[in-house]
Design a protein. Structure first.
Length: 220
C-alpha cells in the first residue's frame, strides 16, 4: 500500500477519523480552557480559601500521565455507577487534564498585567467589573493567545491516547489499517499529514484571533 492509488484509498477512512479527533480534542480543549479560566478566577477571588486546593489540583493533574487519568475515568468510574462511552470518557478526562495547564496559562496572563494599571484604576474609583472587563481581560488574553494555541495543539496530540480505549480517532485508524494490511508507510504517512493539518489550522485560527484582539492590546 505504498503506491499513490493505495495512498488515496486511505483518505475516506482518515476523513472519518479526523472528524472524531476534532470532536474529542476541540470539545475537550474548549471545556478545559473554560475550566482553567474559572479556576484562575476563583483563585484570584478567594486566594486564602481556594489557593491551596488550586495548587493541589495542578500538582496532581500535571504530575501524572494523561493515560492513567483516562483509565481511571473510563474503567474506574463505572465502579461507582458512572458509565461513559469511550468518546465521552476521553472528552471528560482530557478536559480535566488540560484545565490544569490552561489555568496556569491564565495565571501567567494575569501576572503579566502591570500593577500600575490596577493602582490607577483604583485611584480613579473604577468598579471591579469594569476593571476586569476593560483592563485585565484584554491584556491577559492578548498575552496568553500564543500559549493557548500551543496548549490546544498539545490537546490534539494527547487525544491519540484515546486509541487505547478504542476511540476511532486518527491513531487507532492508522493502527487498524496496519494490522489488516501489514503495511506501515502509507497509514503512518497519512497519520502525520492529518495531525500536521490539524495543528496548522489551530495555529492559523489563533493567529487570526490575535490580530482581532490586537487593538485591545495596543490601547491597554
Amino acid at each position: 500500500m505504498t503506491d499513490m492509488n493505495s495512498f488515496l484509498f486511505l483518505i475516506p477512512r482518515f476523513a472519518d477519523a479526523i472528524l472524531v479527533t476534532l470532536e474529542v480534542s476541540v470539545v475537550a480543549a474548549f471545556i478545559g480552557a473554560l475550566g482553567g479560566f474559572v479556576l484562575n478566577a476563583l483563585r484570584l477571588r478567594f486566594p486564602r480559601l481556594l489557593g491551596a486546593l488550586y495548587r493541589i489540583y495542578i500538582w496532581l493533574v500535571r504530575g501524572t500521565p494523561y493515560l492513567s487519568q483516562l483509565v481511571i475515568v473510563y474503567f474506574g468510574l463505572p465502579v461507582i455507577g458512572v458509565t461513559m462511552t469511550a468518546v465521552q470518557a476521553t472528552i471528560v478526562s482530557l478536559a480535566i487534564y488540560s484545565a490544569a495547564y490552561f489555568a496556569e496559562i491564565f495565571r501567567a496572563g494575569w501576572a503579566s498585567i502591570p500593577s500600575g494599571h490596577m493602582e490607577a484604576a483604583r485611584a480613579f474609583g473604577i468598579d471591579r467589573w469594569s476593571v476586569f472587563r476593560s483592563i485585565e481581560l484584554p491584556q491577559a488574553i492578548a498575552f496568553v493567545m500564543p500559549l493557548l494555541a500551543n496548549q490546544t495543539i498539545l490537546v490534539i496530540k494527547e487525544s491519540a491516547v484515546a486509541s487505547i480505549i478504542t476511540v476511532p480517532e486518527l491513531t487507532m485508524t492508522a493502527s487498524d489499517i496496519v494490522s489488516s494490511t501489514y503495511t506501515y508507510i502509507g497509514p503512518y504517512a497519512m497519520l502525520i499529514i492529518c495531525y500536521w493539518l490539524l495543528t496548522q489550522c489551530v495555529a492559523v485560527a489563533f493567529k487570526w484571533a490575535s490580530v482581532l484582539i490586537a487593538p485591545s492590546r495596543k490601547t491597554s
